[in-house]
Ligand binder design. Structure first.
Ligand code: PGA
Length: 229
C-alpha cells in the first residue's frame, strides 16, 4: 500500500472540499489517500473513506497561544495525520528542527501520525550537501518513538515544476532509510504530477507521494491516484 497525500496549503473552500471528497469516493484505490486541509476545512462530514490530515499543529497541549491549534483539537475533528516541518513553515515561520520534533511528539501522543518533512535547498544541493543536510534535519526533527512518516521534499522542487533525477531521489531516500533506527514510510514530494507520479512511486523505498498543486483539482489529482494503482 502506498500513501497518496494531498496538501492543499492555504487553498480551497467548503464547496471545493465537498466536491473533491465526492470525486474521490468514486475512485477505487488499494492505496491510502489522505487530504491535508486548512484548519477551516477540517470540520464537517466525511464519509468518503479518505483520511483527513492537517498542515500544522501546536506543540503545546493548551493555553494562552492565540491562533494556535492543539493536537487534541485536531483529534476532535477526526484528523488522522498532520504535516509538520513543511519547508514553507520552516521558512515563513522560522520553525526549527527542535520545534518540528516537539510538534511531531505532541501529535503522536494524541494519536495523530505526523508527516515530517525534510529537504535541501538548491544552494545546499549545488554545494553537494544534500546527504548531510537531510541527515541533520532528520536526526534533530524525528521524535524519540512512535509512528510517523518522513516526507523527502527538496525545497527547490516544491511548486517549481522541477524534480530530482531518479538517482537523486534514490540517494536521498536511502540516506533517510539508513539514518533512522526503525522502518517507517518514506514519501516523496515536490512537483508531482500525473506524468511523473508512476515513475517516482516505482523508485525503491518510496512509499508514497506528497502532492501540493496537483491535489487541488480532481482532474489533476485523480489521474495520479489512478496512475499508481
Ligand atoms: P507541489 O507541493 O506538489 O505543488 O510542488 C508539494 C508540497 O509542498 O508538499
Amino acid at each position: 500500500m502506498k500513501f497518496i497525500i494531498g496538501n492543499w496549503k492555504m487553498n480551497g473552500d467548503m464547496a471545493s472540499k465537498e466536491s473533491m471528497l465526492k470525486s474521490l469516493k468514486t475512485v477505487k484505490s488499494g492505496n491510502k489517500i489522505v487530504l491535508c486541509l486548512p484548519f477551516t476545512l477540517l470540520c464537517g462530514k466525511n464519509n468518503s473513506g479518505i483520511s483527513i490530515g492537517a498542515q500544522d499543529v501546536s506543540f503545546h497541549e493548551n493555553g494562552a497561544y492565540t491562533g494556535d491549534i492543539s493536537a487534541t483539537m485536531l483529534k476532535e475533528m477526526v484528523v488522522e495525520y498532520v504535516i509538520v516541518g513543511h519547508s514553507e513553515r520552516r521558512t515563513n515561520h522560522d520553525e526549527t528542527n527542535e520545534i518540528v520534533r516537539q510538534k511531531a511528539t505532541t501529535a503522536i501522543k494524541n494519536g495523530i501520525i505526523p508527516i515530517i518533512c525534510v529537504g535541501e535547498t538548491m544552494e545546499e544541493k549545488n554545494a553537494g550537501h544534500t546527504t548531510s543536510v537531510i541527515k541533520k534535519m532528520l536526526l534533530e526533527s524525528i521524535p524519540d518513538n512512535g509512528e510517523f512518516i518522513v516526507a523527502y521534499e527538496p525545497r527547490w522542487a516544491i511548486g517549481s515544476g522541477l524534480t530530482p533525477t531518479t538517482n537523486e531521489i534514490v540517494s536521498a531516500v536511502k540516506t533517510i532509510f539508513e539514518t533512522l533506527p526503525n522502518t517507517m514510510p518514506i514519501i516523496y514530494g515536490g512537483s508531482v504530477n500525473k506524468d511523473n507520479a508512476r515513475d517516482i512511486i516505482s523508485i525503491p523505498y518510496v512509499d508514497g507521494l506528497l502532492i501540493g498543486g496537483a491535489s487541488l483539482k480532481s482532474d489533476t489529482f485523480l489521474p495520479i491516484i489512478k496512475a499508481i494503482d
